[in-house]
Ligand binder design. Structure first.
Ligand SMILES: [Zn+2]
Ligand SMILES: [Zn+2]
Length: 188
């Protein structure tokens, strides 16, 4: 069982503090340009308020993202806060639970009430989706391998961080600028 699944009945009135390390494979974050590259640390508190469970905590993880300038994969450490509210799902007549994310509200997720083999109803809350969503929400819009990344040569595509290319300096002009420069020559 995942370290991110908690029995709601086990959460004391004063709240439950937890700290857990989850393997990156547990989360569906493995795209070529965006992948977890390390275990995911989660620590926080779960609190029960009537039938709802509130999560507040912190996520520490690291991802491989592509630098927007040189396109090289670069390790990006990410720390962010996480907060979520889990509400009880809707119970169907047969006692089976439907887990549904409440419409367009990322902060409220339903938890499942599975009927265990013992026949006793199990109340569980799974933090996986909330953690996943908060990591995605906190991804940088622009990722640079280095603030001084020199990017790629616009002509030959060489990674200029690895050294300068042989392109003629005169040719290495942004094509959009080139139009303006020709215009400038005409005006002379
Ligand atoms: Zn770069
Ligand atoms: Zn070049």
């Amino acid at each position: 069982m995942s370290g991110l699944v908690f029995e709601i009945d086990d959460i004391p009135l004063e709240g439950l503090e937890f700290s857990t390390v989850q393997q990156r494979s547990h989360f569906d974050l493995n795209q070529p340009d965006c992948a977890l590259c390390d275990d995911v640390h989660v620590e926080g508190t779960l609190k029960k308020v009537q039938k709802d469970v509130y999560l507040s905590g912190r996520i520490v993880c690291a991802l491989n993202l592509n630098c927007v300038r040189c396109l090289e994969s670069t390790r990006f450490p990410l720390q962010c806060k996480v907060s979520a509210r889990f509400t009880s799902g809707t119970e169907s007549p047969k006692g089976k639970m439907e887990v549904e994310l409440q419409a367009s509200d990322i902060d409220a997720e339903s938890y499942s009430e599975n009927s265990g083999t013992s026949g006793k109803s199990k109340h569980q809350v799974d933090l996986t989706q909330a953690i996943h969503d908060h990591i995605v929400l906190n991804l940088p819009t622009v990722c640079l391998c280095d603030d001084n990344c020199r990017g790629l040569c616009q002509h030959c595509g060489a990674n200029l961080n690895l050294g300068s290319c042989d392109c003629d300096k005169n040719q290495a002009v942004d094509p959009r600028l080139e139009v303006l420069m020709k215009l400038k020559d005409k005006l002379k």
